[in-house]
Write a protein that binds this ligand. Structure first.
Ligand code: GLA
Length: 375
């Protein structure tokens, strides 16, 4: 393992961390300007960073291997392939927004599983944004850094994601979920005392990522935008449950399930927050499971592996379960009694074995802290 000293011949100026996330509920709502409710994971991307005077950006990742040497002046959308596009994109987005960010030596390390729908790329973006903000004295608030990180992913890497993952990685607090209104980025920390309620949030990483996901995400997003335009709305967020039936009648057949998912999902986020506010954490379970059914049947972003993980978790006694993140593979969350976590994980593992799938990786999501300086 190469230390910062070994890689760059000097000490870093500091070290920062930014977490991955799981979303409790509110899937495919962010680019429709709706509600989301993510929690940060204890797993983080860490960055040791020192500024450079010569405009070079040197990036090394313990997961990526080789050293990438770039010039900040040459950074341009699409020019940096692979993992380095995320940190480089953040430097590009900051500079493009007029912030005085120069070169840097950056050593990255991560324990956020990648390709698991747990936002390892947002964590990578947010840790670099936070480090640049501190080292270059930009004084930008966390939400502004999240927006710049999203811009890096949209415009530099070329992934049309919403704002949820970056806001989660930047703004989550320990012991809370972030109830975020993605229309204006107003947010409230909602306490989620899982341990106090004798509960645990199990994450089952199916370890599959279906290729179809990349193009499908953009197509779904475009479908939602088309539906909003046909309804004369700025975004599907503006459609209330009471107006749903009338709106569906005015839309072509193929857009109806998308709209139904978005409207009912926004309502599920509000229902979930009400249950958390009331301290009734177990009652969250059915809301999660209903969210999965909507993603499976209406939005159609689940897959056999995530469906099986949800079914197996419920059969083993979970209070509720759903896929989390963009879909087409990735992870499932299951709300379980703390003393049943092992049984539920074993149930899912057995079901996967029987179906001939690779064993899911399991972790426990303890709502953790957003991006921060470590030293
Ligand atoms: C991915 C995107 C997010 C969000 C989710 C689905 O994680 O990065 O912006 O759209 O999918 O809820």
């Amino acid at each position: 393992m190469s230390s910062f000293q070994q890689l760059f011949g000097r000490a870093p100026e500091g070290e920062w961390a930014a977490p991955g996330r799981v979303n409790l509920i509110g899937e495919h709502t962010d680019y429709n300007l709706g509600f989301v409710l993510p929690v940060a994971l204890p797993q983080t991307v860490r960055a040791q960073v020192a500024r450079r005077e010569d405009g070079l950006l040197r990036l090394w990742s313990a997961q990526g291997g080789e050293l990438m040497v770039l010039r900040v002046d040459d950074l341009a959308p699409g020019a940096v392939p692979g993992w380095a596009g995320y940190p480089a994109g953040v430097v590009w987005a900051l500079r493009e927004a007029g912030h005085p960010v120069g070169g840097a030596d950056v050593r990255l390390d991560s324990d956020v599983p990648s390709g698991a729908g747990l936002s390892s790329s947002a964590a990578l973006e947010c840790v670099v944004a936070t480090a640049c903000n501190d080292l270059y004295g930009l004084g930008l608030p966390a939400a502004d850094l999240a927006v710049l990180a999203q811009r890096a992913e949209n415009a530099f890497v070329g992934v049309p994601c919403g704002i949820m993952d970056q806001m989660a990685s930047m703004c989550c607090r320990p012991g809370s979920a972030l109830f975020l209104d993605t229309r204006d980025l107003t947010a409230r920390q909602v306490p989620v005392d899982l341990a106090g309620a004798g509960l645990a949030l199990l994450v089952l990483d199916t370890r599959v990522k279906h290729d179809l996901g990349d193009g499908a995400y953009a197509a779904l997003r475009a479908g939602c935008e088309r539906a909003a335009a046909q309804l004369g709305l700025p975004a599907l967020r503006s459609l209330q449950p009471s107006g749903l039936a009338g709106a569906l009648a005015r839309l072509p057949e193929e857009l109806r399930p998308l709209v139904r998912h978005v409207v009912t999902e926004n309502a599920r986020v509000e229902a979930a927050v009400a249950r958390l506010d009331a301290g009734d954490l177990t009652a969250l379970g059915p809301v999660l499971t209903a969210g999965h059914a909507s993603l499976r049947d209406d939005y159609r972003v689940s897959c056999p592996e995530t469906d099986l993980a949800v079914e197996a978790a419920l059969a083993a006694g979970a209070h509720g379960a759903r896929m989390t993140g963009g879909g087409f593979g990735g992870s499932v969350i299951a709300l379980v009694d703390a003393d049943a976590a092992e049984r539920v994980a074993a149930g899912a593992t057995a079901a996967f074995r029987e179906a001939g799938y690779a064993e899911p990786r399991t972790l426990t999501a303890v709502p953790a802290e957003g991006a921060r300086r470590l030293r």
